[in-house]
Design a protein around this ligand. Structure first.
Ligand code: DX5
Length: 227
């Protein structure tokens, strides 16, 4: 498995009153990128933040930002998330009537496109856009909230995506990300199934030994599982 392991926080558990300090602390703790969970209150039953909040945090760290757009109309504000400092936009297959066009538009705007799959959505939903994306996100919870239980029955789908990438000759170019319930007891299963980018929210912030320990511990477990 040639793609490197990357550990990324979900900032949902962070203290929103001091986001600049929080993202700087995450960078010091050794995260590889930061994922922003954008929720519109429609596609998912929760509401979080828009591009201006992300932009306010951009100057406080240099790690790459990605926006996980849990919204029904990702095309409408794509440019604003890119202007806010996100180099990758993740759209949900279930939200995009014209997924191929949406991914192409994001590329034309100069960002990387990625597609997220809800637990009930089959891997085949990304089969015809593999040439337009640099990552597939296999949700390991139903999106909308942090702190939910990991769904282990997603592991065969992770492996199916890995096989699909290999068959398309894209296994070195397209990352597989997982998000939801990732922690010390679940990360090895997801990594062994084929995931190399691992999102963690509550598991990072609840580690009694702090963020830096949490990041290095999760990274070591994922690397061992992919070895
Ligand atoms: C859920 C979000 C996840 C979530 C992860 O819709 O996409 O990023 O915040 O949080 P944990 O790791 O606590 O499940």
């Amino acid at each position: 498995m040639s793609r490197p392991v990357m550990i990324s926080p979900s900032v949902l558990p962070a203290d929103f009153s001091k986001l600049g300090e929080e993202v700087a602390a995450l960078e010091s703790a050794g995260v590889d990128l930061i994922q922003w969970d954008v929720m519109d209150g429609q596609f998912v039953p929760n509401l979080t933040f828009g591009p201006d909040v992300i932009k306010s945090a951009r100057q406080h760290c240099s790690v790459p930002f990605e926006a996980h757009l849990m919204v029904y109309t990702p095309d409408v504000m794509a440019q604003q998330y890119i202007d806010a400092g996100c180099s990758r936009l993740i759209v949900h297959a279930e939200a995009c009537t014209h997924l191929h066009r949406t991914c192409g538009n994001i590329n034309e705007l100069g960002a990387s496109a990625a597609v997220a799959l809800n637990p009930a959505t089959p891997a085949s939903a990304v089969e015809h856009v593999l040439d337009l994306i640099d990552m597939v996100l296999v949700m390991t919870v139903n999106p909308g909230f942090g702190g939910q239980a990991y769904i282990p029955t997603m592991e065969p789908k992770i492996t199916e995506v890995q096989r699909m990438l290999e068959a398309a000759g894209r296994a070195d170019d397209v990352h597989i990300e997982v998000d939801g319930g990732i922690g010390p007891s679940t990360i090895a299963g997801a990594a062994a199934a084929g995931a190399n980018v691992l999102i963690a929210g509550s598991a990072l912030y609840r580690d009694p030994e702090g963020l830096e320990h949490a990041v290095s511990d999760l990274r070591a477990r994922a690397e061992a599982a992919r070895a």
